[in-house]
Write a protein that binds this ligand. Structure first.
Ligand SMILES: O=C[C@H](O)COP(=O)(O)O
Length: 266
Protein backbone atom coordinates (compact mmCIF):
# COMPACT_ATOMS: atom_id res chain seq x y z
CA UNK A 1 0.00 0.00 0.00
CA UNK A 2 1.43 3.44 -0.88
CA UNK A 3 2.45 5.49 2.12
CA UNK A 4 0.33 8.52 2.95
CA UNK A 5 1.50 12.11 2.92
CA UNK A 6 1.25 12.12 6.70
CA UNK A 7 3.52 9.08 6.88
CA UNK A 8 5.99 10.68 4.50
CA UNK A 9 6.13 13.76 6.69
CA UNK A 10 6.97 11.71 9.77
CA UNK A 11 9.57 9.86 7.67
CA UNK A 12 11.35 13.04 6.72
CA UNK A 13 8.90 14.72 4.40
CA UNK A 14 10.70 18.04 4.72
CA UNK A 15 13.23 16.86 2.18
CA UNK A 16 10.41 16.07 -0.25
CA UNK A 17 8.84 19.50 -0.08
CA UNK A 18 12.31 21.00 -0.43
CA UNK A 19 12.46 19.50 -3.91
CA UNK A 20 9.45 21.53 -5.01
CA UNK A 21 10.22 25.16 -5.72
CA UNK A 22 7.48 27.31 -4.19
CA UNK A 23 5.27 29.24 -6.59
CA UNK A 24 3.54 32.48 -5.71
CA UNK A 25 1.03 33.30 -8.43
CA UNK A 26 -1.08 36.43 -8.66
CA UNK A 27 -4.49 36.19 -10.29
CA UNK A 28 -5.63 39.71 -11.14
CA UNK A 29 -9.04 38.43 -12.28
CA UNK A 30 -11.06 41.14 -14.12
CA UNK A 31 -9.01 44.02 -12.77
CA UNK A 32 -6.44 46.34 -14.27
CA UNK A 33 -5.99 48.89 -17.02
CA UNK A 34 -2.85 49.78 -18.94
CA UNK A 35 -1.55 51.93 -16.08
CA UNK A 36 -1.39 48.87 -13.85
CA UNK A 37 1.86 47.96 -15.55
CA UNK A 38 3.45 50.10 -12.83
CA UNK A 39 2.44 47.46 -10.28
CA UNK A 40 3.88 44.73 -12.47
CA UNK A 41 7.13 46.66 -12.82
CA UNK A 42 7.28 47.02 -9.06
CA UNK A 43 6.92 43.25 -8.70
CA UNK A 44 9.70 42.68 -11.22
CA UNK A 45 11.98 45.11 -9.38
CA UNK A 46 11.25 43.50 -6.03
CA UNK A 47 11.88 40.00 -7.35
CA UNK A 48 15.13 41.17 -8.96
CA UNK A 49 16.13 42.46 -5.55
CA UNK A 50 15.60 39.06 -3.98
CA UNK A 51 12.19 39.85 -2.53
CA UNK A 52 10.74 36.45 -3.34
CA UNK A 53 13.70 34.45 -2.10
CA UNK A 54 13.75 31.04 -3.72
CA UNK A 55 10.11 31.20 -4.85
CA UNK A 56 8.98 31.41 -8.45
CA UNK A 57 6.71 34.38 -9.12
CA UNK A 58 3.94 34.45 -11.72
CA UNK A 59 1.50 37.25 -12.54
CA UNK A 60 -1.74 36.46 -14.37
CA UNK A 61 -3.24 39.75 -15.56
CA UNK A 62 -6.38 40.05 -17.66
CA UNK A 63 -5.78 38.93 -21.24
CA UNK A 64 -5.83 42.56 -22.42
CA UNK A 65 -2.58 43.19 -20.52
CA UNK A 66 -0.86 39.88 -21.06
CA UNK A 67 1.24 40.74 -24.13
CA UNK A 68 2.32 44.10 -22.72
CA UNK A 69 3.42 42.53 -19.44
CA UNK A 70 5.21 39.73 -21.27
CA UNK A 71 7.10 42.25 -23.41
CA UNK A 72 8.52 43.98 -20.33
CA UNK A 73 12.04 43.28 -19.16
CA UNK A 74 10.91 41.01 -16.35
CA UNK A 75 13.78 38.78 -15.33
CA UNK A 76 12.48 35.58 -13.82
CA UNK A 77 8.91 36.79 -13.31
CA UNK A 78 6.48 34.72 -15.31
CA UNK A 79 3.28 35.90 -16.96
CA UNK A 80 0.21 33.71 -17.12
CA UNK A 81 -3.40 33.67 -18.30
CA UNK A 82 -6.60 33.07 -16.36
CA UNK A 83 -8.45 30.76 -18.74
CA UNK A 84 -8.36 29.32 -22.24
CA UNK A 85 -10.55 27.52 -24.75
CA UNK A 86 -9.93 23.81 -25.23
CA UNK A 87 -9.51 24.09 -29.00
CA UNK A 88 -6.39 25.46 -30.70
CA UNK A 89 -8.34 27.76 -33.06
CA UNK A 90 -11.70 28.12 -34.73
CA UNK A 91 -15.12 29.72 -34.59
CA UNK A 92 -15.32 30.52 -30.86
CA UNK A 93 -16.10 34.20 -30.64
CA UNK A 94 -14.47 35.91 -27.70
CA UNK A 95 -12.38 32.95 -26.66
CA UNK A 96 -8.60 32.54 -26.62
CA UNK A 97 -6.70 29.33 -27.21
CA UNK A 98 -3.76 28.14 -25.15
CA UNK A 99 -1.62 28.54 -28.25
CA UNK A 100 -2.68 32.18 -28.63
CA UNK A 101 -1.92 32.86 -24.99
CA UNK A 102 1.47 31.23 -25.39
CA UNK A 103 2.05 33.44 -28.42
CA UNK A 104 1.22 36.46 -26.25
CA UNK A 105 3.84 35.38 -23.74
CA UNK A 106 2.05 33.19 -21.20
CA UNK A 107 3.97 30.37 -19.56
CA UNK A 108 1.04 29.12 -17.48
CA UNK A 109 -2.75 29.19 -17.62
CA UNK A 110 -5.18 28.93 -14.73
CA UNK A 111 -8.01 26.49 -15.50
CA UNK A 112 -11.06 25.54 -13.48
CA UNK A 113 -11.07 28.53 -11.18
CA UNK A 114 -14.25 28.41 -9.11
CA UNK A 115 -15.36 31.70 -10.66
CA UNK A 116 -15.17 30.07 -14.09
CA UNK A 117 -16.94 26.97 -12.79
CA UNK A 118 -19.71 29.16 -11.33
CA UNK A 119 -20.01 31.95 -13.91
CA UNK A 120 -19.60 29.75 -16.98
CA UNK A 121 -20.90 26.41 -15.71
CA UNK A 122 -17.54 24.75 -16.29
CA UNK A 123 -17.64 21.08 -15.34
CA UNK A 124 -14.69 18.89 -14.43
CA UNK A 125 -14.80 17.55 -18.00
CA UNK A 126 -14.49 21.07 -19.41
CA UNK A 127 -11.64 21.87 -17.05
CA UNK A 128 -9.96 18.59 -18.02
CA UNK A 129 -10.18 19.51 -21.71
CA UNK A 130 -8.68 22.93 -20.99
CA UNK A 131 -5.83 21.38 -19.01
CA UNK A 132 -5.13 19.08 -21.97
CA UNK A 133 -5.09 22.16 -24.21
CA UNK A 134 -2.60 23.92 -21.94
CA UNK A 135 -0.30 20.92 -22.13
CA UNK A 136 -0.75 20.71 -25.90
CA UNK A 137 0.56 24.27 -26.08
CA UNK A 138 3.54 23.35 -23.94
CA UNK A 139 2.46 25.45 -20.97
CA UNK A 140 1.73 24.73 -17.31
CA UNK A 141 -1.89 24.30 -16.22
CA UNK A 142 -2.79 25.63 -12.79
CA UNK A 143 -5.81 23.45 -12.06
CA UNK A 144 -8.11 24.85 -9.37
CA UNK A 145 -10.24 22.78 -7.01
CA UNK A 146 -12.18 23.65 -3.89
CA UNK A 147 -15.36 23.12 -1.94
CA UNK A 148 -18.22 25.51 -1.26
CA UNK A 149 -19.23 26.53 2.23
CA UNK A 150 -22.25 24.21 2.11
CA UNK A 151 -20.07 21.30 1.03
CA UNK A 152 -17.62 21.94 3.89
CA UNK A 153 -20.39 22.29 6.44
CA UNK A 154 -21.88 19.01 5.22
CA UNK A 155 -18.53 17.30 5.75
CA UNK A 156 -18.00 16.66 2.06
CA UNK A 157 -14.80 18.63 1.50
CA UNK A 158 -12.47 15.71 0.81
CA UNK A 159 -15.01 13.97 -1.41
CA UNK A 160 -15.67 17.10 -3.45
CA UNK A 161 -12.03 18.10 -3.84
CA UNK A 162 -11.02 14.52 -4.60
CA UNK A 163 -13.67 14.25 -7.27
CA UNK A 164 -12.68 17.56 -8.86
CA UNK A 165 -9.04 16.53 -8.81
CA UNK A 166 -9.75 13.19 -10.48
CA UNK A 167 -12.01 14.75 -13.08
CA UNK A 168 -10.00 17.85 -13.87
CA UNK A 169 -6.36 16.71 -13.95
CA UNK A 170 -5.58 14.74 -17.12
CA UNK A 171 -3.52 11.58 -17.29
CA UNK A 172 0.15 12.23 -17.83
CA UNK A 173 0.36 15.13 -15.42
CA UNK A 174 3.92 16.03 -14.48
CA UNK A 175 5.58 18.53 -12.21
CA UNK A 176 6.35 20.61 -15.29
CA UNK A 177 2.93 20.69 -16.90
CA UNK A 178 0.65 20.78 -13.86
CA UNK A 179 0.15 22.77 -10.68
CA UNK A 180 -2.87 22.17 -8.44
CA UNK A 181 -4.44 25.06 -6.54
CA UNK A 182 -6.69 24.28 -3.59
CA UNK A 183 -9.05 27.20 -3.19
CA UNK A 184 -12.01 26.81 -0.84
CA UNK A 185 -14.76 28.78 -2.58
CA UNK A 186 -15.93 30.27 0.72
CA UNK A 187 -12.45 31.67 1.39
CA UNK A 188 -12.10 33.53 -1.91
CA UNK A 189 -12.39 37.28 -1.48
CA UNK A 190 -14.03 36.94 1.91
CA UNK A 191 -11.17 37.42 4.33
CA UNK A 192 -11.97 33.98 5.73
CA UNK A 193 -9.42 31.19 5.67
CA UNK A 194 -9.43 27.56 6.76
CA UNK A 195 -7.40 26.65 9.81
CA UNK A 196 -3.89 25.39 9.09
CA UNK A 197 -5.12 21.95 10.15
CA UNK A 198 -7.93 22.08 7.62
CA UNK A 199 -5.54 23.18 4.88
CA UNK A 200 -3.13 20.41 5.85
CA UNK A 201 -5.88 17.79 5.67
CA UNK A 202 -6.91 18.76 2.15
CA UNK A 203 -3.37 19.19 0.84
CA UNK A 204 -2.35 15.81 2.28
CA UNK A 205 -5.28 14.18 0.50
CA UNK A 206 -4.37 15.92 -2.77
CA UNK A 207 -0.74 14.83 -2.41
CA UNK A 208 -1.77 11.26 -1.72
CA UNK A 209 -4.02 11.18 -4.78
CA UNK A 210 -1.34 12.73 -7.00
CA UNK A 211 1.28 10.23 -5.84
CA UNK A 212 -1.13 7.32 -6.19
CA UNK A 213 -1.93 8.35 -9.74
CA UNK A 214 1.33 9.81 -11.03
CA UNK A 215 4.04 8.26 -8.85
CA UNK A 216 7.22 10.30 -8.56
CA UNK A 217 5.76 13.03 -10.76
CA UNK A 218 2.90 13.31 -8.30
CA UNK A 219 5.42 14.08 -5.61
CA UNK A 220 6.81 16.90 -7.70
CA UNK A 221 3.53 18.56 -8.64
CA UNK A 222 3.13 21.74 -6.64
CA UNK A 223 -0.03 22.28 -4.61
CA UNK A 224 -0.88 25.92 -3.98
CA UNK A 225 -3.28 27.27 -1.40
CA UNK A 226 -5.58 30.11 -2.49
CA UNK A 227 -8.32 32.06 -0.75
CA UNK A 228 -7.79 35.32 1.16
CA UNK A 229 -4.02 34.95 1.34
CA UNK A 230 -2.78 38.27 2.73
CA UNK A 231 0.53 39.59 4.04
CA UNK A 232 -0.57 38.94 7.62
CA UNK A 233 -1.56 35.29 7.18
CA UNK A 234 0.81 34.16 4.42
CA UNK A 235 3.56 32.88 6.70
CA UNK A 236 1.17 30.67 8.66
CA UNK A 237 -0.52 29.29 5.55
CA UNK A 238 2.68 28.74 3.59
CA UNK A 239 4.17 26.85 6.53
CA UNK A 240 1.51 24.14 6.32
CA UNK A 241 2.77 20.76 5.13
CA UNK A 242 2.30 20.15 1.39
CA UNK A 243 1.60 23.84 0.72
CA UNK A 244 3.97 24.76 -2.08
CA UNK A 245 2.96 28.37 -2.51
CA UNK A 246 -0.07 30.54 -3.04
CA UNK A 247 -2.58 31.59 -5.66
CA UNK A 248 -3.31 35.16 -4.64
CA UNK A 249 -6.29 37.19 -5.82
CA UNK A 250 -7.02 40.59 -4.29
CA UNK A 251 -3.67 40.99 -2.59
CA UNK A 252 -1.85 40.47 -5.88
CA UNK A 253 -3.16 43.77 -7.26
CA UNK A 254 -0.79 45.79 -5.10
CA UNK A 255 2.87 45.00 -5.59
CA UNK A 256 3.70 45.73 -1.96
CA UNK A 257 1.09 43.29 -0.68
CA UNK A 258 1.94 40.64 -3.26
CA UNK A 259 5.63 40.86 -2.49
CA UNK A 260 4.97 40.77 1.23
CA UNK A 261 3.34 37.40 0.58
CA UNK A 262 6.13 36.18 -1.70
CA UNK A 263 8.59 37.46 0.87
CA UNK A 264 7.66 34.52 3.08
CA UNK A 265 10.15 32.56 0.99
CA UNK A 266 13.10 34.91 1.53
O1 LIG B 1 -7.26 32.99 -7.72
C1 LIG B 1 -7.24 33.52 -6.63
C2 LIG B 1 -8.21 33.20 -5.62
O2 LIG B 1 -9.50 33.18 -6.12
C3 LIG B 1 -8.06 33.92 -4.33
O3 LIG B 1 -8.63 35.20 -4.36
P1 LIG B 1 -8.46 36.13 -3.06
O4 LIG B 1 -7.01 36.10 -2.70
O5 LIG B 1 -8.94 37.48 -3.50
O6 LIG B 1 -9.30 35.52 -2.00
Amino acid sequence: MPETAAQRRTMGGETMSATRRPLVAGNWKMNGFKGAIAEFRAVVAAVAGGGAGHAEVLVCPPATLLAAFAAEPRGAVGVGAQDCHANPSGAHTGDLSAEMLKDAGASAIIVGHSERRADHAETDAVVHAKAVAVRRAGLTAIVCVGETRAEREAGHTLDVVGRQLAGSVPDGATAANTVVAYEPVWAIGTGLTPTPADVAEVHAMIRDRLVARFGAEGQGIRILYGGSVKPDNAAELMAVAEVDGALVGGASLKATDFMAIAGVYR
